[in-house]
Design a protein around this ligand. Sequence first.
Ligand code: NAD
Ligand code: LMR
Length: 340
Amino acid sequence: IRRGRAPREPSPPLCRSFAAAADQPDRKVAILGAAGGIGQPLSLLMKLNSLVSSLSLYDIAGTPGVAADVSHINTRAEVAGYAGEDQLGKALEGSDIVIIPAGVPRKPGMTRDDLFNINAGIVKSLCTAIAKYCPNALVNMISNPVNSTVPIAAEVFKKAGTYDERKLFGVTTLDVVRAKTFYAQKAKLPVEEVDVPVVGGHAGITILPLFSQATPASNDLTDEDIKALTKRTQDGGTEVVEAKAGKGSATLSMAYAGAIFADACLKGLNGVPDIVECSFVQSSITELPFFASKVRLGKNGVEEVLGLGSLSDYEKQGLENLKPELKSSIEKGIKFAREN
Ligand code: NAD
Ligand code: LMR
């Protein structure tokens, strides 16, 4: 008889759902922008998720090839590719979750807000179609600037009379993924045991990792270490943009993060209890109308927006510092959607 600790499970949550039995409800997931840098690996990861019964891959071009390729993988989801606007309705019909990584990425020297002029229009037209063809779907917004594209989506849905604040999410999981990785490296902790909430928004100083709430706690980190970890998390996207030197921004780590978040949404929809992830949602935990924090996911999307918990003085200052920029990005999105 072997004694001692049971071997650790493979890292959650993707591996667990890869292995799960297929006795799950039917769930259709649509990916808009599926032929892109994020879209392709995200399509692969969603094809590996046994909670998905139907995977709908949409882009303006290139999706038949991606769909044919991914469809040969011997997992549960049936895959269909749709290319061009005239196929968007079919791609969306019946979707439980729509993931949106459509739009242009940054090049070195650009901010996420520099993407606004192109991506705002793309998001607006895609959300108009969502309101028409799958108004009850959960929407996972990846397209940048998330701090503005989520408010744009909300306005489009309000105009269409389909807005349900529980069903709209800005995907900020990559900030959490980064904070966990950097914290575990610095504190010399096993990364799979680490958790770090990240709140605020998804751009520069609006990204506020709460290392004072990181688990397991570490007593070895100095104030300077925390400052450096905070800055690295806030600049994580720029680190990748610069390393890719003009060839785009994070795609693989984003696909991973997007798959983690969609998996959590699917579990919530399926009634799995205690599914909590950070996300940029409609919120009243600060004076700002949208804010990223931990949210509890359930059968209708957001079940509960969780509070910020207790913050260190450094984090309290970070919270005050981020509010003006986040407020103006939210207002910019709302204004665009109302005027266009
Ligand atoms: P990419 O250029 O490689 O792919 C984008 C895809 O969107 C392309 O295939 C393009 O054809 C498609 N597209 C453009 N207009 C479309 C439309 N109207 N309908 C459907 N598809 C359309 O870019 P990428 O690297 O995949 O990044 C996509 C977006 O995700 C960017 O805005 C980027 O800034 C953002 N992003 C967000 C996060 C985050 O943490 N939320 C992380 C990384 C990237
Ligand atoms: C990221 O955080 O990697 C994304 O928002 C892409 C970017 O432009 O940094």
